[in-house]
Write a protein that binds this ligand. Structure first.
Ligand SMILES: C[S@@+](CC[C@H](N)C(=O)[O-])C[C@H]1O[C@@H](n2cnc3c(N)ncnc32)[C@H](O)[C@@H]1O
Length: 248
């Protein structure tokens, strides 16, 4: 079903009806809308309650695409974190000149604000959604059915490292991937899985390459890019917020 903006808002799904797209993931939706000639599926690593996955599925459905929106998540919250995910790692990124002083200043301010609000800056507590356990596979499947997008979607529940090994994923070609999983381990698995399957012209959108809460993704992306002799592309610098992707 096509949703009016107020319906998308009440159902907690991304509003794909309004142009230009808004919010941090607008580059992803622009890409999905315009990547009509690319072969492959559109993957999302980190689905939580299905907000952007439903949006992606709606865009594919609207144009009668054969591509599928594929969602990966534990649907039970963050798996274990790594030492790369700890807040103190931002100090290392700054000392090594891998994030700007402006970026680091915002990290420090964000930490102070969280502390004033009485919130922990540990990766499992620094988001308003905590460790993202307020979801379930059942909830997301029900949302997909209700919005009529279920035929355009495949879901894989569990840690990425296990679900990418399932037979359906072994033979998959990828048009694009939205990595929105906050943590070092998930970025590593997702990048290693997607890159060899990505169609030429495909995009990997890196939701947390610029983050005030999660340092792990920058470690994972930088190592991956170094290993493959590539660099991430700055899509936009809105003065205070950078948006990054990797293109093939
Ligand atoms: C920021 S939320 C995703 C938000 C979502 N894209 C949306 O549209 O609202 C991050 C999600 O990544 C998942 N996640 C992180 N690392 C994971 C891993 N290694 N395996 C499976 N799920 C993971 C968490 O369970 C959480 O639901």
């Amino acid at each position: 079903m096509a949703l009016e903006p107020w319906e998308a808002s009440i159902l907690g799904v991304y509003d794909v009806a309004t142009r230009p797209y808004t919010g941090g993931s607008r580059h992803w939706f622009d890409f999905v809308e315009h990547a009509r000639d690319l072969e492959g599926d559109f993957l999302e690593f980190g689905v939580y309650r299905g907000r952007s996955l439903v949006g992606t599925a709606m865009l594919l459905q609207e144009r009668g695409s054969d591509s599928i929106a594929v969602g990966f998540d534990t649907f039970a919250g963050f798996p274990s974190t790594s030492p790369f995910d700890l807040q103190e790692r931002f100090e290392q990124l700054h000392e090594e000149g891998r994030i700007s002083s402006d970026h680091f200043e915002r990290v420090v301010k964000n930490r102070a604000h969280l502390s004033w609000l009485g919130r922990d800056s540990h990766p499992s507590a620094s988001s308003t959604s905590g460790n993202f356990s307020n979801t379930s596979e059942h909830y997301v499947r029900s949302l997909l059915e209700y919005t009529g997008t279920d035929s355009q979607v495949e879901l894989f529940a569990g840690e990425f490292a296990e679900s990418v090994e399932e037979p359906a994923n072994a033979r998959r070609t990828v048009a694009g991937a939205l990595i929105d999983c906050d943590l070092w381990g998930g970025y590593q698995v997702a990048l290693d899985y997607v890159w060899p399957r990505l169609s030429p012209g495909g995009m990997i959108f890196l939701d947390e390459y610029y983050s005030l809460k999660f340092p792990g993704p920058r470690f994972a992306v930088d190592s991956f890019c170094e290993e493959h002799g590539i660099r991430p592309t700055l899509l936009e610098d809105e003065g205070s917020w950078e948006r990054w992707a990797i293109f093939k």
